[in-house]
Design a binder for this molecule. Structure first.
Ligand code: FEO
Length: 395
């Protein structure tokens, strides 16, 4: 059933309470998600975005229960990724002659995915459409935020920015607005979304936020494509994004490791003790890659000023869980973070050297040589690990 957002603007999306993995198996969604589609019923009737393909028929049936689909004047596809365009094939079967407004890159994306010759109308930043009753839709291209085709659409009069993925959160809720949900959950999901999806595009985001600010559009609501709509002080999430895009870090050090026979695990715990002994103000998190959700660990890395990474030596290298996690961090292109390595070994002992090389290649400043320990750490080795931690508190 449609829900009123403001005046003649309605939410017609899908709440996906069951979703636990997104982007295939790449991104964990502990709290589900929503696919937000919006219906504007002014003199013109406009649909902004649709829902993920598994819910396509349900979406079209529900929409047809709310309005005569033939009354839709046009569709706006802010982004071609399947979680927003997935119901277009089912919808366009019912309204094949209606135009789809989108960026030039979205035409490529939608044609490439669906192989349909829909009536695409290409828009660029600043293009406007009069929808009657004194209201206009204004388009703002958002290339690489987070795909080449991404754009936002602004509705004047109601002053709503339909931002698509930007400012979103994977948070299933029956509530529509940010002031109606638990604020800790909201911000946990918002920062996780930024850390795992938007970090590589932080430089572009900073410029785009400046561009949007320069347009001086009054923004009363930011209607994202996932999670809740920011209506209570929407500037709060713009300010957060500005901070997150600026090589964000808190006073936190995160220790990330995997272990075979618990030697490297013991080092991780002793290093954490040492850091805290030297500086009890710094937040220390210890994350086992075997026991933790990788996307949650990425969020901890995002908040950190330094990442201490550990692996035992295996086959003259490191555990593949740690190698994979470093690859994940490399793709996200973190900036301004320091790193140090540690690990146990039985004979050849290459892990620390390999970790140092991989962390440097991933864009981290490797601040010290690292600490490696032969066999299981005895009480002396544990003291050395504590001292290593004390030293890391000052890097
Ligand atoms: Fe929510 Fe880029 O799709």
């Amino acid at each position: 059933m449609k829900k009123q957002v403001k005046n003649n603007v309605y939410w017609v999306g899908k709440v996906d309470w069951e979703l636990r993995k997104f982007h295939g198996e790449e991104y964990s969604t502990h709290r589900g998600s929503t696919y937000n589609s919006y219906l504007i019923q002014e003199e013109k009737t406009v649909l902004i975005d649709t829902v993920w393909s598994p819910f396509a028929q349900e979406f079209v049936d529900n929409l047809a229960g709310e309005i005569d689909l033939q009354k839709i004047d046009f569709v706006i596809a802010n982004h071609g990724e399947v979680d927003h365009s997935g119901a277009l094939p089912a919808l366009m079967k019912r309204i094949p002659d209606k135009p789809i407004y989108c960026t030039a890159n979205a035409v490529k994306s939608l044609r490439g995915q669906y192989h349909q010759d829909w009536d695409f109308k290409v828009v660029r930043t600043g293009d406007k459409i009069d929808i009657g009753n004194g209201k206009e839709l204004v388009f703002v291209e958002m290339p690489m935020l987070h795909w080449p085709d991404s754009m936002a659409t602004y509705l004047s009069g109601d002053n709503i920015l339909f931002s698509n993925d930007a400012f979103g959160q994977h948070l299933a809720t029956e509530k529509l607005f940010n002031d109606q949900v638990d604020q800790c959950e909201l911000y946990e999901e918002a920062i996780k979304y930024y850390a795992n999806i938007l970090t590589p595009f932080s430089g572009l985001l900073t410029k785009k936020l400046e561009e949007i600010t320069a347009l001086q559009l009054p923004i009363e609501m930011i209607a994202t494509s996932h999670g809740v709509i920011w209506r209570d002080n929407p500037v709060q999430i713009i300010k957060k994004y500005a901070a997150w895009a600026n090589d964000y870090q808190e006073n936190q050090i995160t220790i990330v490791y995997d272990t075979m026979w618990n030697g490297t695990k013991l080092l991780a715990e002793k290093i954490a003790e040492g850091i805290t002994q030297a500086d009890d103000k710094v937040v220390v998190k210890v994350c086992s890659l075997a026991k933790s959700d990788e996307n949650d660990v990425i969020t901890e890395v995002f908040k950190s000023k330094a990442v201490i990474i550990g692996s035992p030596t295996i086959a003259r290298s490191i555990l593949h869980s740690v190698a994979g996690f470093i690859q994940l961090m490399k793709g996200l292109r973190f900036k301004g973070k320091k790193a140090a390595a540690f690990g146990c070994y039985g004979w050849s002992g290459e892990s620390v050297k390999v970790l140092n090389e991989l962390m440097a290649d991933a864009g981290f400043e490797v601040a010290v040589e690292g600490y490696r320990n032969l066999w299981n750490p005895d009480s002396d080795a544990q003291k050395v690990a504590v001292d290593f931690g004390r030293m890391l508190a000052r890097i």
